[in-house]
Design a binder for this molecule. Sequence first.
Ligand code: NAD
Length: 468
Amino acid sequence: MAGKSFLRDVDRQFEAAAQLVPMQDGMSEKIRVCNATYVVRFGVRLRGHMHTFLGWRAVHSTHVSPAKGGIRYAPDADQEEVEALAALMTYKSALLGLPFGGSKGALQINPADWQQDELEKITRRFTQELTRHSFLSPSQNVPAPDMGTNERTMVWMTDEYRRWAPNDINAFACVTGKPLAAGGIEGRIEATGRGVQYAIRELFRHEEDLAPTGLSPDLADKSVIIQGLGNVGYHAAKFLSEDDGCRIIGVIERDGAVYREQGLPIEQLKQHLNTNNGVRGFPDAAFVADGASILTRRCDILIPAAMEGAITEANAGSINAKIVAEAANGPTTFEADAILRSRGVLVLPDLYVNAGGVIVSYFEWVKNLTHIPFGLMERRHHETSHRMLAHSLEAMTGTSFPDGQARAFLDGAREIDLVRSGLDDMMRGAYEEISRARKTDAGNHDMRTAAYMIAIRRVSEAYSVIGL
Ligand code: NAD
């Protein structure tokens, strides 16, 4: 989907929800529009030639600072797409109650066209431009990885920022999604996929919300089709199958889709994808060259986790899933959303489902600002007091703790335990709020409208209290 129609869809969704939120005159327009977009063209000498690159960093809202949002490297990126994604970041952070405004960036390149050392040069030049114009700093604008960028890209950006601002003691907080050895946090890579799992689990805990789908409230053996086995899709598929017993019956990738009714082994499939640059040829599974056609196969849960505009007017009428969990940003167009609703398909919206990334980015940013790993002060203290409690219980009852349980009870929480616990808590809390906001005197709203209503109300309040 071209960025223009993506931006129009985000705006239309915003307007549908904004009219349900009481606000002072003109506030709705103030919230909807993108505050500023920095367009940058810069040159890098590579392979004996000067190449000019085009990039953007959009700041949709700074009702709180810093503004937060990923940077993607994609050949078809454009300004409207970046602005649509920045708007989604504003609404996502507001929905989750995170202290961030919304931002997003992109560079119009295909990373596969360049060697690592070339990508490093390009990224460092891009970072210089962003930093020089205050579109990258721990207090003003904090990027993270997105499509086509990863931990390594974030290390280059941090390193370049530190050269620019050697006296900034909080320099590591200038981007999130860094590797552990460079100021990152446990659980950031898995965060968005983990959040997808927590979002789906939470829906299944709410029998009243689940009832219209006709599905039983047990995730085990539910059939799932996933589009995109990248960072988000792979982790969601892995956790839903390994922890919850879901059957991942279909995986759609760039070169086609693989399908197996009994469920696909995700770890092996991911290895096959990495080695062969596609899913074709994966053993004991049917291969379908027209991958997108698998989107309409019958399943309980469809997870678009690749890119925007996967479900459109053209295929929404044929979607054969009970639930669509939007792991990608903007995978369903505005028209397609209406069609899915009219057909009784329950849509868990992107600004909720894929919020795990920004939630754990928030933890990472706080860790960088406090300069201390989570749990460092408490862990041994908790172990000691738990051990004393266990000894007392054993002395009082004359029986000892079963071996396996003792370990789980005695061990203090590690950083990864705290990160997952915090992520789960925030995903559950937001679900409760969406579920409550859906039910109004005028009838039930869909989850997306309810999520937008919460976000818009929060941003409006933030602007109002500063006197806007
Ligand atoms: P990624 O690049 O790691 O993975 C995307 C996957 O989708 C790749 O495996 C790619 O081959 C596949 N793909 C691309 N085009 C496809 C097509 N037309 N058909 C089928 N498969 C296709 O990216 P990601 O980080 O996993 O992001 C995926 C989506 O999730 C994006 O919309 C992104 O904005 C969103 N998202 C990502 C994060 C995060 O933390 N990474 C957070 C929030 C939202």
